[in-house]
Design a protein around this ligand. Structure first.
Ligand code: SF4
Length: 448
């Protein structure tokens, strides 16, 4: 990122919020801004223009985005910043209504207009009128090639489709990001080659639901075929699958993972709940029995596979008994990694209007209880790895000579790490390490 202060050229401070999908959009916008000859600065408080790429998925993300917007507008009022532009999911979700939250915004840019960012920046500097460029129902599958990456050079996200056709009753994503549309495989393969050429040895495949890949193109087994082709990318070492919808995991996909030494046996399967009534109210079609069978199949066919999931607690109608059923399931499934959120009644979603909403106090209590149960499982799993040898990808070297690395079962940014003492391997290199202990959720290792 160019942080050189150039008085003659417009400086742009960029604030990237949200999930990996939004991060890809941020990286693409940063590249377009740089290509347009604008200077990207890390000093966002004193930039000519601040761009905030927002998330609007749930209330805390919206609050975070509004805080960033308010801060930027305050800088503008102090005369330190000239213009404030809001892009991303919250801009798409709220459109002009964002001005009710803060009338000091100069431009609102929808998802479909992402690639117009340089023109929008330049336009704001020539007018005092607020620019709104938000089309309803984003429909293009984005071309994400050429990005200025925010992630470290050795790993990157690779988005294979955009939008979602599922109808989960709690989710705002389909209304924000539109219907599912897959990128052509040729585009994805070209992008993968570009990312690898820029230093990535690990690609993390993302979409709202990667198992839906190719459904809109009427292609059968499109995901396994795409992964097989991607795995042929020279110099690529790790290919990781994130966001697998449980009913979309086919036998062919499992075989493809099992047969590959590049596609990691790491399955990130957001389940959200397990009680049948709650799943029905969530409009999610999987049953507890099917999920149990899926987990058993994965562990039989790929014994060293690592499973990650996400749950929502405090969904309307979640009685103590239904919550306990979820806890029991977690203790049975023993996931390697698990994330949990409390339910937020998001405006415009069917779940927001369901009866028997759960008080916040109970939601919080259940979240803590669930995470405590998982903590014991995670700690036990860490103990069982002591003495084993892992191939680790080095992420960073810290000041205290502790190297941060990950084995295949640890996804970047969301999972725990391997901490390796007295190791001087460079970020992006692979090393072998022996697990000597654990600290909280992390593994402590020694390079061998
Ligand atoms: S599958 Fe995921 S993105 Fe799609 S509606 Fe359900 S929760 Fe939202």
């Amino acid at each position: 990122m160019n942080i050189k202060k150039d008085k003659k050229r417009t400086t742009v401070g960029f604030i990237a919020l949200g999930c990996p999908k939004n991060m890809v959009d941020s990286e693409r916008m940063l590249a377009l801004i740089a290509q347009a000859g604008l200077v990207i600065t890390q000093d966002t408080d004193n930039a000519d223009v601040i761009v905030i790429n927002t998330c609007g998925f749930i209330a805390p993300a919206k609050d975070e985005a509004l805080d960033a917007i308010n801060l930027a507008v305050r800088q503008k009022q102090k005369g330190k910043v000239r213009k404030v532009i809001v892009a991303g999911c919250l801009a798409q979700r709220m459109g002009k209504n964002l001005l009710n939250e803060n009338p000091g915004i100069d431009a609102i840019l929808g998802l479909q207009q992402r690639d117009n960012i340089p023109d929008i920046i330049k336009s704001t500097l020539t007018t005092d009128k607020t620019i709104t460029a938000v089309s309803p129902n984003p429909h293009i599958p984005y071309d994400d090639r050429t990005r200025l990456r925010i992630t470290p050079p050795h790993w990157a996200y690779l988005r294979i489709s955009e939008g979602c056709n599922k109808k989960c009753s709690f989710c705002t994503i389909p209304s924000i990001r539109g219907k599912s549309r897959s990128k052509p495989s040729s585009l994805i393969l070209a992008e993968a080659r570009q990312l690898v050429a820029s230093g990535a040895v690990e690609l993390n495949i993302i979409a709202q639901d990667i198992t839906a890949y190719g459904h809109d193109l009427k292609a059968k087994d499109a995901l396994p075929q795409l992964l097989t082709e991607l795995a042929k990318t020279p110099r690529l070492r790790w290919l990781r699958l994130l966001y697998l919808y449980p009913t979309g995991i086919t036998e062919r996909l499992i075989e493809t993972v099992a047969d590959s030494d590049k596609i990691l046996p790491y399955f990130d399967i957001p389940l959200q709940h397990i009680n049948p009534q709650i799943l029905k109210a969530m409009r999610r079609p999987h049953s507890k029995d099917k999920i149990r069978r899926l987990i058993e199949t994965l562990r039989t066919k790929i014994p060293d596979c690592v499973l990650r999931t996400t749950f929502i607690v405090g969904f309307p109608g979640e009685t103590d008994a239904r919550f306990n059923e979820l806890l029991e399931f977690i203790n049975w499934a023993r996931f390697d990694n698990l994330g949990c959120f409390t339910f937020y009644p998001e405006q415009g979603t069917p779940a927001a209007d369901l009866p028997r909403q759960i008080p916040d106090r109970i939601k919080k209590h259940r979240l803590e209880k669930l995470m405590l149960a998982q903590q014991q499982i995670a700690f036990d799993k860490n103990k069982s790895r002591i003495g084993s040898t892992l191939t680790c990808l080095v992420d960073s070297i810290e000041k205290n000579h502790a190297t941060k690395a990950r084995f295949f079962g640890q996804a970047p940014d969301i999972d725990p790490l391997c901490i390796i003492r007295d190791c001087n391997a460079c970020p992006g290199s692979f090393i072998n390490a022996k697990v000597t202990g654990s600290k909280n959720y992390d593994l402590l290792c020694r390079q061998i």
